[in-house]
Ligand binder design. Sequence first.
Ligand SMILES: NC(=O)C1=CN([C@@H]2O[C@H](COP(=O)(O)OP(=O)(O)OC[C@H]3O[C@@H](n4cnc5c(N)ncnc54)[C@H](OP(=O)(O)O)[C@@H]3O)[C@@H](O)[C@H]2O)C=CC1
Ligand SMILES: C[C@H]1O[C@H](OP(=O)(O)OP(=O)(O)OC[C@H]2O[C@@H](n3cnc4c(=O)[nH]c(N)nc43)[C@H](O)[C@@H]2O)[C@@H](O)[C@@H](O)C1=O
Length: 311
Amino acid sequence: MHKDSKIYVAGHRGMVGSAIVRKLQSEGFSNIITRTSKELDLRSQFAVDNFFQEERPAYVFLAAAKVGGIQANNTYRAEFLYDNLMIEANIIHSAYKYEVEKLMFLGSSCIYPKLAPQPLKEEYLLTGPLEPTNEPYAIAKIAGVKLCEAYRDQYGCNFISVMPTNLYGYNDNYDLSNSHVLPALIRKFHEAKEAGAPAVTVWGTGSPRREFLFADDLAQACLYLMAHYNERELVNIGTGEDITIKELALLVKEVVGFEGDLEFDTSKPDGTPRKLMDVSKLHRAGFKHSTSLSEGIALAYADFKNKFVEV
Ligand SMILES: NC(=O)C1=CN([C@@H]2O[C@H](COP(=O)(O)OP(=O)(O)OC[C@H]3O[C@@H](n4cnc5c(N)ncnc54)[C@H](OP(=O)(O)O)[C@@H]3O)[C@@H](O)[C@H]2O)C=CC1
Ligand SMILES: C[C@H]1O[C@H](OP(=O)(O)OP(=O)(O)OC[C@H]2O[C@@H](n3cnc4c(=O)[nH]c(N)nc43)[C@H](O)[C@@H]2O)[C@@H](O)[C@@H](O)C1=O
């Protein structure tokens, strides 16, 4: 990727896409193109084809998707499958048709079987049943991986797939019904502290384990792999460390400064018991994350207060 290469970041207003754009800009890439979903609905084959025909990007980061936490995935099952299949199929096919030099597809750690051995190695893909709450999203993401492989096999396209672990950071979604756990906990503890509430409700049993990566570290990994990784096999992106949801809640509670109790709502699903990434391939490729979980939560909480809390 040269500093003046034309680079399309799909999903640039999202948490990940905005982190990728910031990283590209800070490294001096000057020819970044973006479209909001209003300007270009990536589910439309016609619109996506026209866009690629006119713009002819040389590099594509595919970070646009229908995204959400466990409840959103389980509720909007049709959109999580349909939107994601359409977005990926349209962009990947157009990238082939209009001779994109390299494309990076972002999947997710939920593509691995629910009860796969831990840590999750890349080769565990398609070795067992998926977690039911996010099966539609996972099936779409697996289709994206297979599209990249198929266009590489048949047409020699340099399309690579990366699988990020659970992410958090700047520009996260703080909607309590649809968000992921970390932004939800930041908001819940903040609001409970402000209201002087006695307790915060945490979904599920608190026993599932999750791994969390700061989105700016993910963006740095994406730029690094775009520059250095050209293989067919997917690559996990994570920290290689996980904690229980209860431990996470206690950490967020401390960062926010809430002094009440935790309550567990076991009518809500736990989801996958554990999805710890094996990051040895990423480390061998030459990349390691730099933001610790407590540092990252403090940065995310500051961003939340900046955007959503009146002073
Ligand atoms: N967040 C996480 O924990 C994880 C995320 N990922 C993956 O990382 C990628 C980015 O996720 P994240 O940044 O968190 O998601 P966000 O929800 O923050 O952002 C998604 C972006 O996709 C765009 N988008 C959605 N639908 C369409 C559409 N029909 N047409 C055009 N654009 C669309 C939105 O554009 P607009 O704002 O213009 O509407 C939005 O900016 C996704 O592929 C996701 O699967 C993987 C693992 C974990
Ligand atoms: C990134 C990943 O995100 C999704 O999977 P998930 O990891 O299960 O997502 P989550 O962040 O929403 O929850 C993690 C854990 O945390 C618990 N939990 C507690 N309290 C809250 C809470 O208040 N909100 C939420 N959302 N979860 C909570 C929750 O019950 C669960 O046990 C996938 O659907 C899939 O799309 C995907 O790829």
